[in-house]
Design a protein around this ligand. Structure first.
Ligand code: NAP
Length: 305
């Protein structure tokens, strides 16, 4: 029986995850398909229940369902529990288990950004959504001593900090209001800047002005593109990286969870590069900036309802 893995989001369209996972299944001769399921929040429970069927190996879950899917699974792996969001579902018989592979994905991206330098201890994180939660969890685990979260809506940043209050009790994790002067003053004290907002995803906007980027900064943008932030940072002399490594490594971790096999990283990387060259810009966790092209009929509800 051909096994099925699905990406559940709303909207989902030409997904880079689809290209990367299908290439991995095909390369290893695994008889499985990776499908895109556009499911509005109202039909999420039904979609999750369907995964209990024998033909499913599991799923990826993306925007806007990463948090609301948590009560719909039977068990959470440690990281999904700690973060309060999941992006991967595996099966134990008919039981559904939630995982969060954004964390190992982020760790690989951070390690690559820092390279042979000593791991810094201070970071500034822009954003407080699901991606930012995985980033903050990763920074806490990495031993960072001060992490400042800036978010457009301060209350969301504060909830994030509250969520991690226990695991971050030994360090300084705080949310601050999004004011350019405050961000500038924090950046002057930090080495690592992570953009976990979606600013720059569908337009050539940047979350912060180029003038406040110093040359010593290491800048990671979770968006899988050469965003304006990254171009400004490179021009200022910073070390930079986009979301490619995080996307690749979270996908590889999900693949191994579903199949029990090591992920063919080269094949997945090549599929990502090829899909990107064809103009596909939607990554795991990224809403599609241009017109969505769903793989199945979309229920006529407003996006994000
Ligand atoms: P999310 O939960 O929807 O959060 C979006 C974040 O962006 C929030 O902090 C939001 O602020 C902020 N934001 C959006 N538009 C804004 C604007 N115009 N001005 C200021 N802030 C704005 O999404 P997510 O899952 O965290 O994803 C965030 C980004 O990370 C996306 O670009 C996604 O593609 C990327 N990501 C990449 C990977 C990867 O593997 N490379 C993995 C996960 C996520 P408010 O709370 O104030 O609305």
């Amino acid at each position: 029986m051909t096994k099925r893995v699905v990406l559940i989001g709303h909207p989902v369209a030409h997904s880079l995850s689809g290209a990367m996972q299908q290439a991995a299944f095909d390369h290893l001769g695994i008889d499985a398909t990776y499908e895109l399921w556009d499911r509005a929040p109202m039909t999420l429970a039904e979609a999750i229940a369907e995964l209990r069927g024998e033909d499913f190996l599991g799923a990826n879950v993306t925007i806007p369902h990463k948090e609301r899917v948590v009560p719909l699974v039977d068990k959470l792996a440690e990281e999904a529990h700690a973060i309060g969001a999941l992006n991967t579902i595996t099966k134990e018989g008919k039981k559904l288990v939630g995982h969060n592979t954004d964390v190992p994905g982020f760790k690989d991206a951070l390690d690559r950004l820092v390279g042979r330098q000593k791991m810094p201890r201070h970071a500034v994180v822009l954003g407080a959504g699901g991606g930012a939660r995985a980033v903050v969890h990763g920074l806490i685990r990495e031993g960072f001593q001060r992490v400042v979260v800036f978010n457009r809506h301060l209350h969301r940043g504060e909830s994030l900090v509250k969520h991690f209050s226990r695991s971050a009790a030994h360090m300084d994790l705080r949310a601050m209001p999004w004011h350019e002067s405050i961000i500038e003053s924090e950046l002057a004290k930090t080495k690592v800047l992570v953009n976990a907002t979606s600013i720059g995803l569908g337009s050539d906007e940047t979350p912060i002005p180029a003038e406040i980027l110093g040359p010593d900064l290491m800048v990671l943008d979770l968006i899988y593109a050469n965003t304006r932030l990254l171009r400004d940072a490179a021009a200022a002399g910073c070390t930079t990286a986009d979301g490619e490594m995080m996307l690749l490594h979270q996908g590889a971790a999900s693949f191994t969870l579903w199949t029990g096999q090591p992920a063919p990283m080269d094949v997945m990387h090549a599929a990502l590069t090829e899909a990107r060259a064809r103009g596909i810009t939607s990554a795991e966790g990224e809403p599609v900036p241009s017109e969505p092209v769903p793989s199945e009929p979309v229920p006529s509800e407003p996006a994000g309802a």
